[in-house]
Ligand binder design. Structure first.
Ligand code: ADP
Length: 263
């Protein structure tokens, strides 16, 4: 329990720092991007080699900007807006977002399957952050399947007995599972995936903040996460979200306004 609290403190400090840095850095990148675009426009029809260099610099700045957005999302976790969320509905509403975000390297070879359990499926969680967490898990799943495969998103209302899931108190949860048929992880990688900034992806592609963000979210909601993975056998990430009725929002100090999805 103590280790869990220390991890939560560390994540909070990291989040605050990351948010501050990301905010200022994003302003600088916006200025850099603007100047590059202006310079490129002035060169229309001339100096193709120089134009290429400017385009490369622009692409690097855009990647930097995407990274700062992820850092900002990571830091916003300190301000969770917990409320009763119909998890199946939230997943059904992610179709467009997933289609847009998962295109790319796998050229449409990734299939998403849904196995949504019957009600009750209402969990107490921040809906915008949950959506971001599931998106992160699906992106990881896609990245683990370079030649395509299936991502299965499933939900189930479960009763967890004491000590049956590590670090998770006994109780009623909605279990949301994201499973892939990808490359899987070695035990060494698996042991480190929740460390902030741990990534095996190439520079500019991975930030190492996806799984720490997901883990931080479920912990702050009073839930838990398990990951099963082995090389060649795919990966299954299960989120345990505390079940809650459709009553009033439970977040201290938060308004009852409808959730705003942050993308
Ligand atoms: P990032 O995706 O930016 O690397 P994450 O924290 O989301 O950051 O993931 C950390 C690392 O965990 C990844 O670089 C990868 O090595 C491993 N990983 C995460 N999800 C999967 C998965 N579904 N299949 C295989 N490896 C994974």
């Amino acid at each position: 329990m103590e280790a869990r609290l220390r991890q939560a403190d560390k994540m909070q400090a990291l989040g605050t720092m990351a948010g501050g840095v990301a905010h200022d850095f994003n302003n600088l990148l916006t200025a850099i991007l603007g100047s590059l675009q202006l310079a490129e426009r002035r060169l229309v029809g001339e100096q193709p080699a120089l134009q290429r260099l400017l385009r490369n610099a622009g692409m690097a700045a855009e990647r930097g900007s995407a990274l700062t957005r992820r850092l900002l999302a990571f830091s916003r976790q300190n301000e969770l807006a917990l409320r009763a969320v119909p998890v199946n509905g939230l997943i059904l509403g992610m179709d467009d977002l997933l289609a847009r975000s998962l295109g790319g390297p796998t050229d449409g070879l990734v299939t998403i399957r849904r196995e949504l359990g019957a009600a009750p499926d209402t969990a107490v969680v921040d809906p915008g952050q949950l959506e971001l967490a599931l998106l992160n898990l699906c992106i990881n799943a896609r990245d683990a399947m370079p030649s395509g495969g299936t991502i299965t998103l499933s939900t189930e209302a479960v009763r967890v007995a004491a000590d049956s899931v590590p670090d998770l108190p006994a109780g009623d949860y909605v279990r949301v599972t994201v499973a892939d048929s990808g490359v899987g992880m070695t035990p060494e990688v698996l042991a480190r995936v929740c460390e902030p900034f741990f990534t095996t992806k190439e520079v500019g592609k991975g930030t190492g903040l996806g799984l720490p963000m997901v883990y931080g979210l479920v912990q702050q909601c009073g839930g838990g996460m398990t990951i099963e993975s082995a090389p060649g056998a795919g990966t299954t990430v299960s989120l345990y979200l505390p079940r809650g009725g459709a009553e009033a929002p439970r977040s201290p100090g938060q308004s009852g306004e409808p959730p705003v999805a942050r993308r």
